[in-house]
Design a protein around this ligand. Sequence first.
Ligand code: ADP
Ligand code: ZN
Ligand code: MG
Length: 487
Amino acid sequence: MTEFEPIIGLEVHAELQTRSKMFCGCAVVDSVSATANTRVCEICTGMPGTLPVINRRAVEFAIRVALALHCEIAETSIFARKNYFYPDLPKGFQISQYELPLAVNGWMMITTNGEEKRIAIRRVHLEEDTGKLTHRQTNSLIDYNRSGVPLLEIVSEPDLRSIDEVRAYAIALRSLLRFLEVSSADMEKGVIRFEANISVRPQGAEILGTRTEIKNLNSLRAMAQAISYEIDRQSRLLANGQEVRQETLGWDEGLKVTVPQRGKEEAHDYRYFPEPDLPPLHLERSWIEEIRAKLPELARAKRQRYVDELKLNPYTADVLTNEKDIADYFEATVAAAPDLPAQQIGHWIGGPLFSLLNDAGIKIRETLISVEQLSELIGLVELGKISNSSAKAVLTEMFASGAGASQIIEAQGLEILADSAIIDGHIEKVLVEFPDQVQQYLLGKEPIFEWLFGQVMRATSGRSDPQRLRQALARQLRALDKRQPPA
Ligand code: ADP
Ligand code: ZN
Ligand code: MG
């Protein structure tokens, strides 16, 4: 049987979270938290006789993204009217960029299974979002709060070859938007939305097959399922000698199938023409360079720096840079505690703190532990004031109550036993309590040492410094050994 190779290109729409909308002064809000139709005016609802004005901040955000995607930025781009009739579009047209987009020819790196791949970006352009329709049993609701929100469209070349690559691309793009601070890129709230173009071709073929486009994929999971369904469907058609029809599809979440969509017409029917109410968008080179100079460090660069300069292991560096807020928290802690090894800080945030956050299902922004409190705790571990295992318990308590480390350590008596006489006392007791095990050890059963070590550690409620305990235990066992009559 012929093997088919999937070819996928993504169109991504991201709402830019500027203060005001693309062409009017209405506030940008997300559709979940604001009351419907409370952020609207005559411009974004398309009243006759109104004039749009380009939001400079939205253009700046778009340039930021385009630069981060290594695009060529057009010194002149044109806004056009994309005409179609739909209830979410009161004007009867959407202002978008068509023939002359803001930016073209970029790329972004993705990593799948440890392999790097460069995905080409075809174009990045600015447009305005439409209103939000909610379909119910017998009627539909419309929220114009979203109408006119700045929307950035990012179109990839058909460079993606698997679901894994699609997922990596989507996640990398989301991370990029967040690190650039232009969008929350929140999929659940519809702030970032995906459309996938899919075709298949016989393995080794040169030309691309006919593609279908799946609209409105609103989660990574739905996107993966829909694409995988479509790859199977198209491969089966071709294997049976049938043809794939170029069409626009929707994803039926309940039935888990793609379904042909009626509705918005094909591209040639949009009757694009330059928006007569807006001048061409001219961008000063100097402004673009100013924006370039202020680009923040992105996830990939951070990850590399954490490994190269801060000597974090790649796994921890990954965990810390997956989310901007985590990276920010890590860097703030490093800044707050310049004397502590960054590796230790990375370990505590990427390990124990990260699992506490996961278990509680909260974001790092919501944690009660301040960076100062965390660095205090790590400092106490570094100074040998508390053991690692106690420190984990202290962190859990800090996480739950927001109390400081010292306070908890004092209240629970967790400070490490600094008095060697006390440790020696605990060891003696254990050795007397378990004569058989001691005997076995002395007869050469080495692993018993660890067991005895565990017993003493338990006797001190985990408050011993492991290394000191180890030395003290070895010393006492050696002393016993000397007293043994030769076997
Ligand atoms: P439109 O959807 O407006 O017609 P394009 O023709 O530029 O726009 O293509 C949109 C998307 O489809 C791009 O992401 C592109 O990479 C992808 N694409 C184009 N041809 C194919 C193909 N044969 N198979 C899969 N994806 C494709
Ligand atoms: Zn408005
Ligand atoms: Mg398309």
